[in-house]
Design a binder for this molecule. Structure first.
Ligand code: CA
Length: 661
């Protein structure tokens, strides 16, 4: 990793800055202070204005307004830092130029370049907060630093006024925040409320705001994705609350989350910084598909105890459910993973009672002899909901957890999947961090399920594997309704949920029916094609994948499908947006080494028949093509990319296309 930060501390006289940049400010009155931060390419601009002591900021791209003057600042129990503020004339400007490598995100090598300005504010002549803006070519990020107040070294943040005011006509692509302690076994929020598409401004979901990330279409100007990153044990996770007239503000967890235990407002030591709020802007969806801002803004919190492997695996539970949790079936899946050349099997809930610890140790030993490692499922509870599945009461207790992890290490367990978390309070964020940090001591990777969005965790926590935080494959197994919406949902995840963090979807089923023998008309029926199953293995990014494949697929699925699933990578060097629209269709390209995988899916009734440009592949190249006919029968052929690097693709409803060079 190379880091070079060029620091230049200098006075900026706002008036001369204004003339220097030739920006057309309108200074409303003598009380206004103004400043600008521009992206390295000069196209993305943040304007900060302090008017009568109240700061606002706006964001423009190529001169078009994407966020109107929006509130900024916070209210704490040691002072209100949203009004009565004076911007210090002296600002610190940093040029950020950093390169880093991360194998488990969308892009393996990242070169992050941004302009940073630290705006310091006083109130009644005393230093109160800094607001730091970082502007890269398509991302704006800001965060607050709060200073000690008259000897007070601790604070509770009561409210962030940070807001995002969208121009009239903007439409929204949002997943509502569910109520707390609702649903099955009072396990909500589970961050799996279906999205509303192209909905108007001015709504507020189920009354509790929206789950990050939040996508907005600003008329015909382009797209905005709002999220946050760098959230750890030192703060709560946040969300967006819908307000009047196109304004959304940062919201904190509900009082009722975590069974009402723990504060919904976060506490910080002073001086203290709070997580970054991020705004990704593009004229097309390309900057949102490719953004690395969740990772650019964070640093590893600890060193990896070993080199962690990002692997593929299978799991019996997704097709066979609880009854599949027995020794013989787990043995069958270990053999199945070995046959596929996969490295892991995820042993889901109830293994402690239905298999037993000694037999798990036997299975782990047998698996190792076949080159396969095990992931073990755990209930995170605890006291925050009534999810009954065991093992329970271990991951929430430091002493029991570490003892358990020592046992896992002794039998060679590769990872854990921890389920049913209590919400977004600081208390719960601490539990996530504690589990990750302890697991690293024992060389164990961690998947979170029934969980909130990861917020930069791929870089912060080196043994972090993946998170659900999506209406995932289990719902396809639970009911036909989700199967009908499978492709529709996937075209959203591609442009929203999965753009800011690894998504443990657990999909790519090749069974026609969700039952353990693939018996017709038993369990829910898969509506998507076999090529679709392959395409989502490319579209859905997660360094660790457990696919919903079943041993019977070795004989009842097309050979080309099995061969593809054997070979498909889970780590990627690069991603490109090719075409698509959230809720309609999605075509992305991912590169692994020198091989490009172009994957497209379609959720619309009408067949997508379009010419796409593949500028990263040489014109005239021969391509492998997996495609569907109108009845969703897939086939594998070869085709040629035209000299002008164009190719026509045809994707029927619930079908897919895959092209590989
Ligand atoms: Ca779930």
């Amino acid at each position: 990793m190379t880091i070079s930060i060029l620091k230049s501390h200098r006075f900026i006289h706002l008036k001369s800055l204004y003339y220097f940049l030739l920006l057309s400010f309108f200074v409303a009155n003598a009380q206004a202070q103004q400043a600008v931060v521009m992206s390295p390419d000069g196209k993305l601009t943040v304007n900060l204005t302090v008017n009568n002591g109240t700061p606002t900021y706006s964001v423009s791209y190529k001169g078009k307004l994407f966020l109107e003057p929006s509130p900024i600042g916070l209210k704490t129990n040691v002072g209100d830092f949203s009004t009565g503020l004076e911007l210090k004339e002296k600002q610190i400007q940093n040029k950020i130029d950093e390169s880093y490598e991360l194998p488990n995100i969308k892009q393996s090598k990242v070169h992050y370049v941004a302009n940073e300005t630290v705006f310091s504010f006083t109130k009644n002549k005393e230093s109160v907060i800094d607001i730091t803006f970082r502007v890269s070519n398509n991302d704006v990020a800001f965060r607050y630093k709060v200073y000690p107040q008259k000897g007070t070294l601790s604070a509770v943040v009561k409210e962030e006024v940070s807001g995002f005011l969208f121009p009239a006509g903007t439409t929204t692509f949002l997943s509502a925040q569910s109520k707390a302690m609702a649903g099955w076994s009072r396990t909500m929020p589970s961050y799996e409320i279906p999205y509303t598409i192209d909905a108007p401004l001015g709504e507020n979901g189920k009354g509790e705001g929206y789950t990050f990330p939040c996508l907005f279409k600003v008329n015909n100007n382009g797209w905005v994705l709002i999220s946050e990153t760098g959230v750890d044990s030192q703060y709560c996770a946040s969300r967006l609350i819908g307000r009047d007239k196109g304004l959304y503000t940062i919201g904190f967890p509900m009082e009722g989350e975590n069974n009402g235990v723990g504060s919904s407002t976060p506490g910080i030591g002073l001086p203290g910084e709070i997580p970054w709020r991020t705004i990704t802007i593009g004229e097309t969806l390309e900057p949102i598909v490719t953004t690395t801002v969740p990772f650019d803004l964070v640093k590893p919190r600890y060193e990896a105890s070993q080199k962690y492997q990002y692997t593929k695996g299978t799991w019996s539970w997704i097709i066979g459910m609880d009854k599949s949790m027995n020794y013989d079936e787990q043995l069958r899946y270990i053999n199945f993973s070995a046959d596929l050349g996969y490295e892991t099997v995820l042993v889901d809930a109830l293994w402690d009672t239905q298999v037993g610890r000694d037999k798990i140790a036997d299975l782990a030993k047998y698996a190792a002899s076949k080159g396969v490692g095990l992931y073990l499922w755990y209930n995170s509870n605890g006291y925050w909901n009534d999810a009954p599945q065991s093992p329970r009461g271990i991951m929430d207790k430091t002493i029991a957890r570490r003892k358990e992890m020592a046992w896992m290490k002794s039998i060679g367990i590769k990872g854990i999947k921890v389920d049913f978390f209590g919400g977004d309070k600081q208390e719960t964020m601490k539990l996530y961090e504690d589990i990750l940090y302890d697991a690293n001591d024992y060389g164990i990777m961690v998947i979170f399920h029934g969980t909130t969005l990861p917020r930069g965790w791929e870089r912060m926590y080196p043994n972090y594997a993946s998170s659900e935080a999506v209406l995932a494959s289990e719902n396809l197994s639970f009911g036909q309704g989700s199967c009908g919406l499978e492709a529709f949902s996937a075209t959203l995840h591609t442009f929203i949920r999965n753009t800011v963090g690894s998504m443990d979807f657990g999909g790519s089923a090749l069974n026609k029916f969700y039952n353990d023998k693939n018996t017709p008309n038993k369990g829910s029926k898969r509506m998507t094609s076999d090529v679709y199953a392959l395409a989502t293995a490319v579209l859905f990014q997660s360094g660790v994948q457990h696919f919903a494949l079943a041993p019977n697929n070795l004989t009842d699925a097309p050979q080309w499908a099995i061969d593809f699933m054997k070979a498909v990578p889970t780590t990627w060097d690069e991603v490109r947006f090719i075409d698509g629209y959230p809720g309609k269709y999605a075509i992305l390209a991912r590169r692994h080494g020198n091989k490009w995988y172009v994957a497209g899916i379609n959720a619309q009734k009408e067949t997508v028949k379009i010419k796409v440009k593949l500028p990263m592949i040489a014109g005239g190249s021969e391509l492998k093509q997996y495609a569907d006919d109108a009845q969703l029968n897939g086939n594998l052929t070869t085709t040629k990319l035209k000299k002008n690097q164009e190719i026509e693709v045809t994707i029927p409803c619930n079908g897919a296309v895959l092209l590989m060079n």
